[in-house]
Design a binder for this molecule. Structure first.
Ligand SMILES: Nc1ncnc2c1ncn2[C@@H]1O[C@H](COP(=O)(O)OP(=O)(O)OP(=O)(O)O)[C@@H](O)[C@H]1O
Length: 124
């Protein structure tokens, strides 16, 4: 039983190590984390509803998850194909495309949620 909890503890430790490594090494990841902080602050400032918090949390999670997968795919591609290879390029472009789709989705959700609050604030 002891070793069961130790294994679970280590799994969490390795997962946090992965998140930490992505935040430290990826400039885009830093940008995503900063944007997420901005969104959280804006959420408190405009006192958004519970449903809106859920949508914002989902959007933040989606983008950060996509960026971590992108980093993992880039790292593996560099390991498997350090030399130029069209398939390696295509793999990286697909992973980057997934991040872009996630980021555009999050931006649309952010606009739909915050725009009415900003307009109401400017009109008040
Ligand atoms: N081994 C390779 N073979 C062919 N094309 C590659 C290879 N490595 C990278 N490329 C091409 O160059 C682009 C940029 O590669 P890079 O390794 O800088 O990835 P990146 O997605 O820009 O990384 P980062 O997000 O860290 O800036 C890729 O999207 C891909 O089109």
């Amino acid at each position: 039983m002891d070793s069961y909890f130790k294994k679970r503890y280590n799994s969490f430790r390795f997962a946090f190590k992965g998140i930490n490594s992505a935040v430290r090494s990826e400039p885009h990841m830093k940008l995503h984390v900063l944007s997420a902080l901005g969104v959280i602050i804006a959420g408190f400032v405009f006192d958004v509803t519970k449903t809106e918090w859920c949508l914002l949390a989902g959007s933040i999670g989606l983008v950060i998850t996509a960026e971590i997968f992108n980093t993992a795919i880039e790292t593996l591609t560099n390991l498997v194909s350090p030399q130029h290879n069209p398939l390696a390029g295509k793999t990286k472009d697909l992973a980057a495309g997934a991040v872009l789709v996630a980021a555009i989705t999050a931006a649309i959700i952010g606009l739909v949620i915050f725009l009415p609050y900003v307009i109401a604030y400017l009109q008040s």
